[in-house]
Design a protein around this ligand. Structure first.
Ligand SMILES: C[S@@+](CC[C@H](N)C(=O)[O-])C[C@H]1O[C@@H](n2cnc3c(N)ncnc32)[C@H](O)[C@@H]1O
Length: 307
């Protein structure tokens, strides 16, 4: 992806909201040096520039390392068999798909994202297809197309009502007997100080003010259990240490956490009405605790078979 240069200034009381009618025709918005999507009907608050692509690359490697695999559904043999079709919605830069496509060269993989962070067609393996598409318009495939439908870090980043519609669409395009999997993590540190926990609650509130529930554990299981088309919902959890005290994994998680804070800087400074200096002070003080209190965070997978 080429480096993009800011092409316009935004003057809005809410820098995350596109209220500039001229800009609607443009593909991107640029705010404080970061590039964002410019879709009118999507409330997705994270950037989609090269810096974000680097964060997603680290994210993929970090979570694969922590879990020692890319998924938990019992479909390894089927993926090896050569008949499987796999879909990843909100695939971002496509690292999960590309990794899976290498591991299972006989299977076919499709990644969908509204932002073109994934590689273009001439740089993708022949068993991979990436589509730039807004999920608010549904998943552009017929009923019962895929054997395995996956999403990662989507629930905690999109408006809850929209996410529920995406899940219904995921179920629709999954074959009977196929698997669906949801992979999320939550900012919820054990052993954090009262100050740190308060900061986290304020971060959750900033997302909630936009309709996004950044606590997937409270949202995903109750919703999946209401879906009549799904059988028993399986659950796995992996706790990931943060900080230099925990070796390579802890250091990766620390780097990732600092990148995450940078990614939500605009959301938080505008939600809390604070400047960058105050933001830095708050996060530096909370982040010190990772090593001092040997903190961990949690990541989760829920997976279920379509009846
Ligand atoms: C936090 S990123 C996760 C990316 C990827 N799943 C991963 O684990 O690396 C969430 C992705 O969802 C995409 N997304 C959010 N809303 C979307 C929508 N309405 N249609 C398509 N993609 C969407 C974003 O563009 C972003 O790439």
């Amino acid at each position: 992806m080429k480096d993009e240069q800011p092409n316009q200034e935004f003057d809005s009381s809410d820098p995350l909201k596109s209220d500039n009618t001229e800009s609607i025709l443009d593909s991107f918005r640029f705010v404080n040096g970061r590039r964002y999507h410019n879709l009118d009907d999507v409330t997705y608050l994270l950037p989609n520039d090269n810096k974000e692509a680097k964060r997603l690359y680290l994210q993929h490697n970090l979570f694969k390392f922590a879990w020692q695999n890319n998924y938990s559904s019992p479909i390894h043999e089927f993926l090896k068999s050569g008949k499987a079709k796999v879909l990843d919605i909100g695939c971002g830069s496509g690292h999960w798909i590309l990794d899976m496509a290498r591991e299972y060269p006989q299977a076919t993989f499709v990644g969908i994202d509204m932002s073109p962070l994934f590689p273009d067609a001439k740089n993708t393996p022949s068993n991979v297809l990436f589509l730039q598409h807004n999920l608010n318009n549904g998943i552009p495939f017929p009923n019962e197309t895929f054997d395995f439908v996956f999403q990662r870090f989507l629930c905690n980043n999109v408006v809850l009502d929209k996410w529920k519609i995406y899940v219904k669409e995921m179920i629709r395009v999954t074959k009977s007997g196929g698997w669906l999997e949801f992979f999320e993590f939550e900012l919820n540190y054990d052993r954090a100080s009262a100050f740190h926990l308060q900061v986290l609650e304020l971060v959750h509130s900033a997302f909630e003010a936009k309709g996004i529930i950044s606590k997937p554990e409270s949202v995903i299981p109750p919703f999946l259990e209401t879906c009549q088309e799904l059988s028993e919902v399986h659950f796995k959890e992996v706790s990931i240490p943060i900080g230099h005290w925990a070796g390579q994994l802890g250091t990766m998680m620390l780097t990732y956490t600092l990148m995450n804070a940078e990614t939500i800087r605009l959301l938080i400074t505008s939600a809390w009405g604070v400047d960058d200096k105050t933001f830095d002070w708050i996060f530096e003080n909370s982040n010190r605790e990772f090593d001092e209190n040997k903190l961990h965070t949690k990541s989760f997978r829920w997976f279920s078979k379509k009846i």
